[in-house]
Design a protein around this ligand. Structure first.
Ligand SMILES: [Zn+2]
Length: 313
């Protein structure tokens, strides 16, 4: 808790750490630098309620309206699964509206630890300002999908889960166990798993996204390549979401193309399952880009599927 208070109260004083901007997490194979100040033990995350089962907010599938009791505006952590290494996968819920959206960070573990730090900043912000969530929206935030990698290292060794799997290559859409490394991240041996969705982290997130009927998803990465829309071929709703988010940031969209062929990605699987999904890459491997991503958050919360925005055609 203390660690998060420190994060929260330091929002206005985000310090610039002294190491160099490093290469992106997704495609580039440019040299990257290890984080000189690793945070190698899993942080204690804030608690807004007693941990509850993963399914209290599932919409009834019956056609008869069921009287409901309003949920508290903020809840978490909700444990939705367990990593290979036995660490909990924790989700926070904000609001109780019918349009359910989700932010996932840390799919690449400690290698992209600043995405986890950003998610924690957003969690603390929304907890303090629950009115940010529109009445029609429920927002879920999963700050660390790969807690094993987060705990292991804040450098290259923190990217995989405890099975050596790149979780963003493990989803059951365009999956390959291995892939040509040309233009792709290749600082350490890494693979896509024994089979699609072989990993408990992948299984837990798929289960949550489908059971909660999530409509829109942001998956945070670092660094530098820009904004990726989900779907192969590109999914129209995901492209619209990417365009809306791009309009409030200077993150490149379309994203930079380092020549990597991406396989088994979360955003592509999500788009294939009816979820408007984008990857957003932070600028580097240490800043959270908080002010930029506050704009991203507000855009994400107000975004409406099927609606066109200024500049879109
Ligand atoms: Zn990444």
């Amino acid at each position: 808790m203390a660690d998060h208070r420190k994060v929260y109260f330091s929002l206005a004083f985000l310090s610039v750490m002294s190491f160099l901007a490093t290469a992106c997490g997704e495609g580039s194979s440019s040299p990257a630098q290890e984080n000189p100040e690793p945070r190698n033990s899993p942080p204690t995350r804030p608690a807004f309620s007693t941990p509850v089962p993963a399914t209290p907010n599932v919409a009834p599938t019956t056609s008869t309206p069921t009287p409901t009791t309003a949920l508290p505006p903020v809840a978490g952590p909700i444990v939705v699964g367990t990593s290979v290494g036995g660490l909990p996968l924790e989700v926070y819920r904000f609001g109780d509206g019918p349009s359910r959206r989700m932010i996932v960070a840390g799919i690449h573990g400690g290698y992209e630890w600043n995405t986890i730090a950003l998610a924690e900043e957003l969690i603390n912000l929304i907890a303090a300002e629950p009115g940010l969530i529109p009445p029609e929206v429920t927002l879920y935030v999963l700050p660390s999908l790969n807690p094993d990698g987060e705990a292991r290292s804040h450098g290259y060794d923190g990217r995989a889960n405890d099975n050596g799997v790149d979780l963003n290559r493990n989803f059951p859409h365009g999956w390959q166990g291995n892939w040509p490394k040309t233009g792709c991240w290749s600082f350490r041996p890494i693979h896509g798993g024994a089979h699609p969705a072989s990993e408990p982290e992948t299984q837990a997130l798929i289960r949550f996204l489908l059971s909660q009927q999530i409509e829109a998803l942001i998956s945070y990465h670092s660094a530098g390549l820009g904004i990726f829309a989900g779907g192969r071929p590109l999914d129209e709703a995901s492209v619209r979401l990417a365009e809306a988010v791009a309009a409030v940031t200077d993150y490149p969209y379309p994203p930079l193309d380092g020549g990597c062929t991406y396989t088994g990605q979360l955003a592509d699987w999500a788009a294939a399952n009816g979820i408007a999904a984008i990857d957003v890459e932070l600028t580097n491997h240490y800043d959270t880009d908080f002010s930029i991503n506050l704009r991203v958050l507000l855009t994400f919360l107000s975004w409406q599927r099927g609606r066109r925005y200024a500049g879109q055609n």
